[in-house]
Design a protein around this ligand. Structure first.
Ligand code: PSU
Ligand code: MN
Length: 310
């Protein structure tokens, strides 16, 4: 906590010092994942959801070169309004932004890093990055996967979008020793829909059982994290055929425009939103709220089991 580069909000500091549950939240989803003003409104609703679940939210970002855990409403508004002007920051970007005193929106990978530095174990988001389709030639594999392999933070997500190669993403996680836990499901969810056609490693039915697994994972001295897959609620799923068609169209547009690297995920998200007439955005918001609720419950449960510091 005395880390020179780290800034923890007073509210989050108090929660950590008093040993109360905290849930980390990312900011790429705010700056690059949703349009203004829905992004700001959603970020604030997500924080409220975490509170209602009995935990303290710690939205993470780089603010003027400080790795920040716990943002003010004004800071969340800044990220939301500036949107794509705020650099998307993954692991490789942190040192640059810190040394330049710049702002950055944290991805899953970098939010895990900030959470770990702050002493936060649970992190809720929408979807993780993964192995992109065509990775055999592009080598586009999100740094999120490597982070899950090495940083001890559990990530609650609605799986990953099928803009990725979900089969290869799961293979990668297996190779790196990252447990993939389905919350009340045996199916690995595909973000907009509850099923991807792939399975999870373990199905657990309660936040307490998930917390027990995490406790064992970390007390066994494994350094990495875990992926908790929480399917989008049925009522908010998008039709599977519509998604497939939309994703194919979005991928074709990306190919045509030569979009690659860190720009590809935000491009595809915006394109999908556009092609579904905004329906994907509503689904996206609902699944993030749903993950915040579960993240809060797991943080509370883990807290009750008092993880031995390892
Ligand atoms: N997938 C989504 N929504 C998102 C992202 C991924 O459905 O907002 C964001 C997350 O911040 C994730 C990042 O960590 O994109 C992955 O980007 P890349 O593939 O460039 O690592
Ligand atoms: Mn990438």
């Amino acid at each position: 906590m005395s880390n020179l580069y780290l800034s923890i909000s007073l509210e989050v500091q108090a929660a950590l010092q008093e040993n109360r549950p905290v849930v980390a939240l990312e900011s790429t989803i705010i700056a690059h994942g949703m349009p203004f003003p829905r992004n700001v409104e959603t970020a604030l609703r997500v924080e409220k959801m975490v509170r209602e679940a009995g935990a303290t939210p710690a939205t993470c970002a780089i603010i003027s070169g400080k790795l920040s855990a716990g943002l003010s409403t004004a800071e969340i508004e800044l990220l939301g309004k500036e949107g794509a002007n705020i650099p998307k920051a993954s692991r490789r970007d942190l040192a640059y932004l810190v040394s330049q005193g710049k702002h950055g929106a944290t991805t899953v990978a970098s939010t895990m890093i900030l959470a770990h530095l702050a002493g936060i174990r649970i992190f809720a988001t929408g979807g993780i990055g993964g192995v992109h389709r065509g990775a055999a030639t592009t080598m586009d594999i999100s740094a999120d996967l490597q982070e899950l392999a090495q940083t001890p933070v559990a990530v609650v997500s609605a799986g990953a979008k099928s803009i990725l190669d979900l089969g290869l993403t799961l293979e990668y996680l297996e190779t790196m020793g990252v447990p993939v836990i389905g919350y009340r499901t045996n199916a690995f969810p595909a973000f907009y829909s509850a099923r991807s056609g792939f399975g999870v490693d373990f199905c657990l039915d309660s936040a307490t059982e998930i917390a027990s697994l995490l406790k064992a994972h970390w007390e066994l001295n494994f350094q990495g994290g875990a992926l908790i897959a929480n399917p989008v609620p049925e009522a908010h799923q998008l039709d599977a055929d519509l998604i497939e068609k939309t994703i194919a169209e979005a991928l074709a547009a990306a190919e045509r425009l030569g979009i690659r690297g860190k720009a590809i995920t935000p491009f595809l998200l915006a394109k999908i939103e556009n092609l579904t007439g905004g329906r994907s955005l509503e689904t996206n918001i609902e699944l993030v709220l749903n993950n915040a609720r579960l993240g809060g419950a797991v943080a509370v449960a883990l807290n009750a089991q008092s993880l031995r510091q390892v």
